[in-house]
Design a protein. Structure first.
Length: 423
């Protein structure tokens, strides 16, 4: 296979892992915090119809993009970081499959909105949402390739700048009495700005022997695993909605805000580490040390979150959500106890993808999702409260984490030295 020169070499892997993790977490946390400003302004000043339409369209489109992804962006980023492809070659190889998956996402977004969406969604707003799906999906590809090429700080800066621009434009629209259509225009402008930056930084380059098949052979397993994991994190709402009452559903909605936040941070840590781990994979000793280090860090941080969350579950519910939700304290405590498994899952996923153990990634995700859904259904049958699916989600996450650790067991076992000692 022809190889295009890249800016990343294996010796840069340790530094890239550190900076990539920090840049990803800082940029995404910053973007979330800045985004809260728009949410608050919209909730206080926006029309309820605007809130419903805007929230539904953006939420549905982002979920559908994740479900329909074929994973070529992540695998392309890995190949670039490992020096097996250049960013331009990876972009050229990923364009067609990425476009196909986004086309499916666009169709599903329209179908779901027309079938299950709020009444009276303007046609212009739906059209803008489709455009956001297409442009935003390509932005995700550019972002992955920028990180894979070592430009993690630049990618983080672009994300933060785009978030600030979105909030400024969105607040202006709300202050002027604009509706969901106006807000979506701002979103689309932000997406086009990011796309222009991506096109300026990476141009597709066709090389003999480098094509979509090189990415799809492994990306499809990662994509299916991603879909399974989405089902693991989301199945609780379906289970409690089908078997519990309105009170149980409302309690689960409140508690699951912490699940969403935890999964977002854990997945951010995972994709932040992936370029560095991919660059290190050709150096077995350094790769082993890095994997052990970051898995240990994930377990330690997860344990701290579990302890703090279990002890402070009451204030974590009553301070932000008010005293009306005492039943959410138990589910929040259960979600906190699942934090170590969630963090280990995403760090382990990054390490397995870097090693090209993509089938094992899918196997572990399916095993965990099946376990989680089964436990949730079993528990809800005897106790139809919000706590039951939370415990099921925790059980499923534990299975996924265990399976991923098994897939990395050769890196975690002590190394036998020639003199018979172990390290």
């Amino acid at each position: 296979m022809a190889v295009e020169p890249t800016t990343v070499h294996p010796r840069d892997g340790r530094r890239l892992a550190r900076i990539g993790l920090a840049a990803a977490l800082v940029s995404r946390v910053f973007s979330r915090l800045v985004g809260v400003v728009l949410v608050v302004v919209l909730a206080r000043q926006g029309d309820p119809v605007t809130v419903a339409v805007y929230g539904y369209l953006l939420g549905t489109s982002s979920l559908v993009i994740g479900l329909t992804s074929v994973g070529v962006a992540g695998i392309g980023s890995r190949e670039v970081a490992a020096g097996r492809m250049g960013p331009g070659a990876a972009l050229h190889a990923a364009l067609v499959p990425q476009a196909a998956s986004l086309g499916v996402a666009a169709v599903l977004t329209v179908a779901l909105t027309l079938t299950y969406g709020p009444a009276g969604v303007p046609t212009v707003a739906l059209t803008l949402t489709v455009a956001c799906v297409l442009v935003g999906g390509f932005n995700g590809l550019f972002a992955e390739l920028l990180r894979g090429g070592g430009r993690v700080v630049l990618e983080a800066a672009l994300q933060m700048a785009a978030s600030v621009g979105l909030v400024i434009g969105g607040v202006a629209v709300v202050h002027r009495g604009g509706d969901a259509t106006g807000l979506l225009v701002v979103v689309l402008v932000k997406e086009f700005a990011l796309l222009a930056a991506g096109v300026a930084l990476i141009r597709p380059r066709r090389l003999p022997g480098v094509g979509a098949r090189d990415l799809l052979r492994q990306s499809i397993w990662v994509a299916l695993a991603g879909t399974a994991l989405i089902c693991l994190w989301r199945h609780g709402m379906v289970v409690v909605g089908a078997t519990g009452g309105t009170a149980a559903v409302a309690t689960y909605v409140v508690a699951s805000r912490y699940l969403d936040a935890g999964v977002t941070l854990a997945s951010t840590a995972g994709f932040g580490l992936r370029p560095g781990l991919s660059a290190l994979v050709t150096d077995p000793v350094a790769f082993r040390r890095a994997v052990r280090r970051y898995l240990g860090l994930a377990a330690s941080v997860g344990a701290l979150v579990a302890v703090v969350g279990a002890l402070a579950a009451g204030p974590l519910v009553t301070v932000p959500f008010g005293p009306r939700w005492p039943d959410a304290v138990g589910p929040v405590r259960g979600l906190a106890l699942a934090a170590p498994a969630v963090l280990v899952t995403f760090v382990g996923l990054a390490a397995l993808v870097a090693r090209a153990r993509t089938r094992w990634v899918l196997f572990g995700a399916v095993a965990g999702t099946g376990t989680g859904a089964g436990v949730s259904v079993l528990l809800v049958g005897g106790d139809p409260t919000a706590l039951s699916p939370v415990l099921g989600t925790g059980a499923g996450a534990s299975v996924v984490a265990l399976m991923y650790l098994i897939g990395l067991r050769d890196l975690l076992a002590p190394v036998r030295e020639s003199g018979g000692r172990s390290s």
